[in-house]
Design a protein around this ligand. Structure first.
Ligand code: SAH
Length: 232
C-alpha cells in the first residue's frame, strides 16, 4: 500500500493522518531497512509492504480498543516495535513500555525513539515472564503480535495488567478451547474476538480482547522452563 492508500485505509479506522505522522513513519521505514541489513529485525522491508503489514496492521488494534482513552500500554515481544511504536506515533499520550528478550532489537528501538523524538517510552531488555514477576498490576493495556501460543501469551501478559485492564492478542485462537484453562487460572475472560481481512492482500487477521477480572496469583508467571513444559 502506498502512502495515499495508507491514509485512506487508516481514515476508515477513524484516524486522520497528519504530515508529521507520515514523516515519522517514513523515517521509521528507512531505518528499519537500513538496520535490517546489519541485524535481523523483520522479513518485510519493502516500503509499501512495511506500510501495510507493519504500520497499518499495528493500527488495526483501534478496531477493538479506544486507545485515546488509555494511559499505560506494554507491548510484549515487540521485535522491531510492532505494534507498540506505531501506536505511540498516533497516540502520543500513551506511556509506552516495550519489552523484548533480544537486546539488539532493544538497541534498534532506542535509535527509533531518539530519531522520531518519542517521549515517555521505556525500553526493557527482558523476557516477558521475568519482567512480569516484578511489574505486577501496573498497565491498562498489554499487547502482543506474533509472540507465542495463546495460553503462554496469557501467562506473560495478564500478571502485568491492572484489574479491569485489557490484553489484546494480535493472533487467532487454535480452536474453541484454546486458552480456557489459562483464562480461568489467571482470573480473566475473553471480552471480544474480531476477525477481518487486511486490505489489498486479503489475508486473515484476528484480534482477541481479554479482560482481567481479579488480581493474579503471585505464582504466575512461572519460569520459562515450566511454562514450556506445562503450558496452562
Ligand atoms: N511483535 C513483533 C515481533 C514478533 S517476533 C512483530 O509482530 O513484528 C517475536 C519477538 O518476541 C521477537 O523479537 C523475540 O525476541 C521476542 N520474544 C520471544 N519470546 C519472548 C519472551 N518470552 N519475552 C520477551 N520477548 C520475547
Amino acid at each position: 500500500m502506498n502512502i495515499e492508500e495508507f491514509k485512506e485505509e487508516v481514515l476508515k479506522l477513524g484516524i486522520s493522518v497528519t504530515d508529521d505522522e507520515i514523516i515519522k513513519l517514513e523515517k521509521y521505514a528507512d531505518l528499519l531497512k537500513e538496520w535490517n541489513e546489519k541485524i535481523n529485525l523483520t522479513a518485510i522491508t519493502e516500503k509499501n509492504e512495511v506500510f501495510l503489514k507493519h504500520f497499518y496492521d499495528s493500527l488495526t488494534l483501534v478496531k477493538i480498543t479506544n486507545l485515546s482513552k488509555i494511559d499505560s500500554l506494554c507491548d510484549l515481544g515487540t521485535g522491531a516495535g510492532f505494534p507498540g511504536i506505531v501506536l505511540k506515533i498516533f497516540f502520543p499520550q500513551l506511556k509506552l513500555t516495550l519489552v523484548d528478550a533480544l537486546n539488539k532489537r532493544i538497541k534498534f528501538l532506542d535509535i527509533i525513539v531518539k530519531e522520531l523524538g518519542l517521549k515517555d517510552v521505556t525500553l526493557v531488555h527482558a523476557r516477558a515472564e521475568e519482567y512480569g514477576r516484578d511489574h505486577r498490576e501496573c498497565f491498562d493495556v498489554v499487547t502482543a503480535r506474533a509472540l507465542s501460543s495463546f495460553p503462554v501469551l496469557l501467562e506473560y501478559g495478564i500478571p502485568l495488567l491492572k484489574v479491569n485492564g485489557h490484553l489484546i492478542a494480535m493472533r487467532g485462537l487454535d480452536d474453541s478451547s484454546d486458552g480456557i484453562n489459562a483464562l480461568k487460572v489467571l482470573n480473566s475472560k475473553i471480552n471480544k474476538i474480531l476477525e477481518f481481512k487486511l486490505p489489498f492482500e486479503e489475508s486473515n487477521r484476528t484480534l482477541v480482547d481479554v479482560i482481567k477480572l481479579e488480581k493474579t496469583n503471585s505464582k504466575y508467571p512461572r519460569r520459562y522452563a515450566e511454562i514450556k513444559k506445562k503450558p496452562l
